[in-house]
Design a protein around this ligand. Structure first.
Ligand code: NAP
Length: 282
């Protein structure tokens, strides 16, 4: 470690060009006038273990980990917290002495986005319906069960994956196919899209919201585009909505604080920069 040198952090993935993490962290470095750096590094899957074992030698204090390396990061960490262990995935790494520590900030990013954008959303938790059973759905279900939502319905194209996820959580969670969705929406208080449907260059999410109560909160964790087809349809019929960009921004906060020593604010200028960048891509 080159102590005294400005702290350096990274985001590692394969591919990595799509990552908006450099935009976020460089904005905060500038805002808080911190002499540090944050770079995107593309590392192929067969090189990730070596990269994670040795990044401290290159002067990095830590970094973010994105697809497809989150499980490798979990395996590489000497210490992980309950959230990372439950998700079996690490997206944020930092060094404490010789120890490599890891957590997963998707859960707190998802929850803080709703706390900030829809105050009181979890004061009287009811039934939640989550579309998807991948890594993001797992983080969302973990967060919602922690906030007392019950039942938490996991609806997925591949029903066996929904079943595996529901079994991990036990009773508050149940597994369903999309054929059951209309029946499930009738008493849903919170609807979450955690599939990749609706994302740019992916198939649209084609569901009928007719039976969803008009006061149900609808949120999408897809953020390219920021206003997804689901959010637009929900808003048209009067449901309150929260987009997924805030999750991306809030999940970045704990890492920045670990590496650079300041807890950064998710402010409107940062959100505007991301909106412009996503708009330019779309
Ligand atoms: P993943 O593990 O690959 O899971 C993808 C999910 O989408 C699975 O449930 C999959 O169903 C479903 N799916 C994909 N194509 C489908 C189709 N044609 N029809 C029906 N279902 C389909 O991905 P992930 O990591 O969970 O990420 C999911 C989305 O969340 C991505 O768009 C990602 O960008 C977004 N995300 C956003 C944030 C944020 O900060 N806002 C954070 C994390 C992830 P099957 O199981 O049937 O394949």
């Amino acid at each position: 470690m080159n102590s005294g040198a400005p702290p350096k952090a990274f985001v590692v993935g394969w591919p990595i060009a799509q990552s908006r993490s450099p935009l976020i962290h460089r904005y905060w470095l500038q805002k808080y006038e911190i002499a540090g750096s944050y770079d995107a590094i593309a590392v192929e899957p067969d090189r990730i273990s070596a990269f994670l074992a040795g990044f401290g030698d290159d002067g990095f204090v830590g970094g973010n980990v994105t697809i497809p390396h989150k499980t490798a990061a979990f395996n590489a960490a000497d210490e992980t917290d309950d959230t990372a262990r439950f998700l079996n995935a690490v997206n944020t790494l930092w060094r404490e002495g010789d120890r490599l520590c890891g957590t997963n900030t998707d859960v707190c990013g998802f929850l803080q986005n709703l706390d900030e954008t829809a105050p009181g959303w979890a004061d009287d938790p009811g039934a939640a319906t989550i579309l998807g059973a991948g890594g993001a759905a797992r983080a969302v279900a973990y967060g919602l069960i922690g906030r007392g939502f019950a039942p938490v319905r996991i609806v997925n194209r591949t029903i066996s994956r929904a079943g595996e996820l529901a079994a991990l959580f036990g009773p508050p969670a149940t597994a369903h196919s999309f054929k059951e969705l209309a029946g499930l929406l009738g008493d849903t208080a919170l609807l979450v899209n955690a599939t990749s449907l609706g994302m740019i260059n992916h198939d649209p999410l084609d569901i009928d919201l007719a039976s969803l109560p008009l006061d149900a909160l609808v949120t999408d964790i897809v953020y390219v585009p920021v206003e997804t087809g689901l959010l637009a349809a929900a808003a048209r019929r009067g449901n309150p909505t929260v987009d997924g960009l805030g999750m991306l921004l809030h999940q970045a906060v704990p890492g920045f604080q670990k590496w650079f020593g300041v807890r950064p604010q998710v402010d409107q200028r940062l959100r505007a920069r991301l909106l412009a960048d996503i708009g330019a891509a779309g």
